[in-house]
Design a protein around this ligand. Structure first.
Ligand code: CAA
Ligand code: NAI
Length: 246
């Protein structure tokens, strides 16, 4: 039980990587709040989590809205009395070649993938600072590190996640708050299922391990960073990408 009695708030915790993290964190003894804007999927997940239902709650949240981010954090404190781990995992794609990308597609991705982290973390910090402890884990991407065709908006957002992670690590370390990021490679989730088959095959072929990540491969990295084992890991971007580029 690597997270016994810890309280974790997982954004985007109803699907894909966030869902795997919800399941893994519960198995490891945590109490979990799923903050996701897909209520139906969140409630379905909780009803499938037969043995853990006492330790998990859903909070309908659009992370791009400051008031909803604040409400999700307040709900967590109301339910469990504290917050130990914030996983800023919610994210979206709106892929298009740059010549065709609309301002709306650009803004939508930045609003959720960047401002979502801004709102959630700002809402959580008063509690974490008061506790003098807490772990923040942000989700970047290979696209934010290396760029990707058709993903100007998304790559910009995921590079911003790295900049925010390092800035927060520098500001918050002295307050006992650890901040790290995970940069996943292509992972078998609904997000990747939307990619054209030929492009996905091309991506798989450049991964050294010659397979997509499973959602649990990424959730395991969240678990490590959230656990006491990572108590001296700070301002780090953990690449979990099967060796897509080295
Ligand atoms: N590498 C090289 N060339 C590429 C390419 C690639 N990855 N993708 C597209 N191209 C080329 C095409 O072959 C095509 O070339 P020609 O003009 O010579 O025929 C040209 O670029 C235009 O491509 P499309 O015909 O596909 O253009 P489109 O406007 O119909 O669609 C697109 C563009 C929406 C970006 C589509 O190509 C697409 O969905 N690509 C996948 C983008 C991607 O990798 N998304 C990752 C989603 S998963 C995720 O984001 C998780 C994560 O963090 C990694
Ligand atoms: P997914 O699409 O399966 O799940 C994303 C979840 O986030 C969904 O439950 C969705 O409802 C929720 N969400 C989206 N916008 C939201 C908002 N505004 N407020 C609250 N919840 C919201 O995606 P996946 O693949 O699990 O992605 C999780 C994270 O990992 C994202 O940040 C993504 O960018 C990142 N990532 C994914 C990779 C992949 O290959 N699947 C690779 C690298 C990074």
């Amino acid at each position: 039980m690597r997270l016994q009695d810890k309280v974790a708030l997982i954004t985007g915790g109803a699907s894909g990587i966030g869902k795997a993290a919800t399941e893994l964190f519960l198995e490891q003894g945590a109490r979990v709040v799923i903050a996701d804007y897909n209520q139906e999927q969140g409630e379905q997940l909780i009803s499938a989590l037969e043995h853990h239902q006492a330790n998990v709650v859903f909070c309908r949240t659009d992370v791009s809205k400051a008031d909803q981010a604040k409400a999700a954090v307040a709900f967590t404190i109301e339910q469990y009395g504290r917050l130990d781990i914030l996983i800023n995992n919610a994210g979206i794609t709106r892929d298009a070649m740059f010549t065709k990308m609309t301002e709306e597609q650009f803004d939508e991705v930045l609003d959720i993938n960047v401002k979502g982290l801004f709102h959630m973390t700002q809402a959580a910090l008063p509690y974490l600072i008061k506790q003098g402890a807490g772990k923040i884990i942000n989700t970047s991407s290979v696209s934010g590190v290396y760029g990707n065709v058709g993903q100007t908006n998304y790559a910009a957002s995921k590079a911003a996640v790295i900049g925010m992670t390092k800035s927060w690590a520098k500001e918050l370390g002295r307050k006992g708050i650890q901040v790290n990021a995970v940069a996943p490679g292509f992972t078998a989730t609904p997000m990747v299922a939307k990619m054209p088959d030929n492009i996905l095959d091309q991506m798989k072929s450049i991964v050294s391990l010659k397979r997509l990540a499973e959602p649990r491969d990424i959730a395991n990295a969240y678990l490590f960073l959230a656990s006491d084992e990572a108590d001296y890991v700070h301002g780090h971007v953990l690449h979990v990408d099967g060796g897509i580029m080295m």
